[in-house]
Every structure is written in C-alpha cells, then in structure tokens.
Ligand binder design. Structure first.
Ligand SMILES: NC(=O)c1ccc[n+]([C@@H]2O[C@H](COP(=O)([O-])OP(=O)(O)OC[C@H]3O[C@@H](n4cnc5c(N)ncnc54)[C@H](OP(=O)(O)O)[C@@H]3O)[C@@H](O)[C@H]2O)c1
Length: 280
C-alpha cells in the first residue's frame, strides 16, 4: 500500500484558517504537519493523522530543520500550504521601515524560505502541490492597509512566477485570494491606536471601519473556506487561482472597473467624515 500523502501547513493556530486546513487534510487521509509558533495554539487539533511542530516562518534555521525532519520521518512532502500571515493596519506613512520588514518577513519572505526548502525535494520526486494564501486586497487595495495589501500583492506575483518555474518539475502551484474569512486576524488589532504624531487623527474612525469591514456578517466561516480550498487543491488539475470568501462576488464586479474609478470608490468608502459614516 502507498504511504499516505504528507502536508506541511504553516500558521495552524486554533481559530484561524490554517487550523481548519489541517483538519480537512487529515480527514482526507493526509499525514499533516501542523506547524505554529507555539505548540499550545494547536492543542485542539486532535485528529490522529495530525503531527505538531513548532515553526516560526521568519526563522531560516527553523524552516530548514522542520522541513528536513519531516522528510526524514515521513520520506516526503506532497503539499505545502503557506498560510501564516499577519495583518498590518494603519496609514502607510506611519509605518517604520523596521516594522514593515517584520510584516514582509512573515507574509512574503516566509514563502521564499519554505519554497526554497521544499521545492527542490518536490522537484526530485516530480510531484507536489504548493498553496499560497494571498488575499483579495493584494489585487484590490483599500486605504489604511497599505503595508499588508502590498505584501499580499507580492505574494500574488511571487506565486505566479513560482507556478511557471515549477512547471519543469510537475509541481502545481495555487494562489488563494480570500475575501473576508472568520478568523482571529482582526481581533489581534482590537486595540489599534494611531502613532502619537500621526497626521491622520481625523481618519481614526475610518481605520477602525476598515478593520471591522474584514469581520462583517458576510465573512465566510474558516471551516467552509478550508473545505473549498482542500477540495480544489486535491483535484488532479488544481486551479492556479482561487478567489473565494465574503465579498468575493463584489470584488469580481469591481475588477471590471477602470483602476482610477475603483481607487476613487474605495477611498470614498473608507474616508467619510465620522458623523456621516455613522448616519450611513
Ligand atoms: N481572515 C481573513 O479574512 C483573510 C483574508 C485574506 C487573507 N487572509 C490570510 O489568511 C492567512 C491566515 O490568516 P487567518 O485569517 O487565519 O488569521 P489568524 O487567525 O490570525 O491566523 C494567522 C496564523 O499565522 C500565524 N503566524 C503569524 N506570524 C507567524 C510566524 N512568524 N510564524 C509562524 N506562524 C505565524 C499565527 O500564529 P499565532 O497564533 O502565533 O499568532 C496564526 O497561526 C494569512 O496569510 C492571512 O493574511 C485572511
């Protein structure tokens, strides 16, 4: 009997998308390496097919040793899901370059790190699937989220190039662009404050409005989202791009607008004066 397929998932903490991706893959018979910064955050993953390892995706040596230990233990990695990510709210000019590096390290460089460790192994076997979790805002930016949006735009282009460069080795590469999904990503910023010297004090309520928009009532449950992504990733010919989640239909429509008009509309949505946005 062939050994079970093996998946490595980053950012698998309870309550987030990665947690449910691990569960769905385990239910489909995969041996799943659920990785996260702290093992306590994956304690609720109890499926017998799930193994847990600590992994901070910004740490080169941890990435190398985790990938090596999985290959040593299981002999293979069939699927890599680059899911770990952090949100970065706030006006673009308020960001310090050092802090932007942390966001890019987590959201973008981590993909290069993980793929650098896993793709040569998959290439040798001429088999494997890579799933990168980008975001709809990597294509349709919004005000007050420029650092995050630009990191996800980078994820999109990196994934597209990776998909070409993986063709000679029969490795499939899939970009997922979620709309809003229920997770813990917003609550981590419930106490967001502007920098004391920010010139955007008058827009603080718009920044909060932007954060709240991500957990609106249309947000898709992460469980349902994960089921859709795993089903598509396991097709014999997985799609190279999946746009799904809350508000994805709206964004499909917005794609038809001239870019300037889109930017004008989205700025209008997130720049109303406080009294007016409350009335609306
Ligand atoms: N939820 C949405 O609406 C939405 C929409 C578009 C895209 N996304 C993307 O979906 C992915 C999953 O996000 P989510 O919504 O499930 O958010 P989440 O609940 O906050 O989960 C994010 C996961 O990434 C992990 N992580 C953060 N920094 C890490 C690091 N340095 N090393 C390893 N893991 C790290 C977190 O670990 P800790 O628990 O230790 O913090 C957590 O496990 C992210 O890439 C996000 O950008 C989400």
């Amino acid at each position: 009997m062939a050994p079970p397929n093996v998946a490595l998932v980053t950012g698998s903490s309870e309550g987030g998308i990665g947690f449910y991706l691990c569960q769905k893959l385990a239910e489909r018979g995969f041996t799943v390496y659920a990785t996260s910064r702290t093992l306590s955050s994956t304690a609720a993953l109890v499926h017998p097919n799930i193994k847990k390892l600590p992994l901070d995706v910004t740490d080169d040596s941890q990435v190398q040793s985790v990938v090596a230990s999985i290959i040593e233990e299981s002999g293979q990695i069939d699927m890599l899901i680059n899911n770990a990510g952090i949100l970065a709210p706030g006006p673009t000019v308020d960001w310090k370059a050092e802090d932007v590096k942390t966001v890019y390290d987590t959201n973008v460089f981590s993909i290069i790190r993980l793929c650098g460790a896993v793709v040569p192994h998959m290439a040798k076997r001429r088999k494997g699937t890579i799933v990168n979790i980008g975001s709809i805002v990597g294509e349709f930016p919004t005000p007050w989220m420029g650092v995050y949006d630009s990191s996800k735009a980078a994820v999109r282009l990196l994934t597209e190039v990776l998909s070409m460069e993986c063709k000679p080795f029969d490795i499939r590469v899939m970009l997922v662009a979620p709309g809003s999904i229920q997770s813990k990503i917003i609550e981590k910023h419930d106490h967001f404050q502007l920098a004391p010297n920010s010139i955007y004090g008058a827009f603080f309520h718009n920044i909060r409005q932007r954060l709240e928009a991500a957990r609106d009532k249309l947000a898709m449950p992460a469980d349902k989202f994960a089921e859709e992504i795993v089903t598509k990733a396991l097709r014999p010919n997985p799609p190279s791009y999946v746009l799904t989640g809350g508000n994805s239909t709206l964004f499909r429509f917005l794609a038809f607008l001239p870019r300037r008009l889109y930017l004008s509309i989205i700025w209008g949505m997130f720049s109303k004066p406080e009294a007016k946005s409350k009335r609306d």
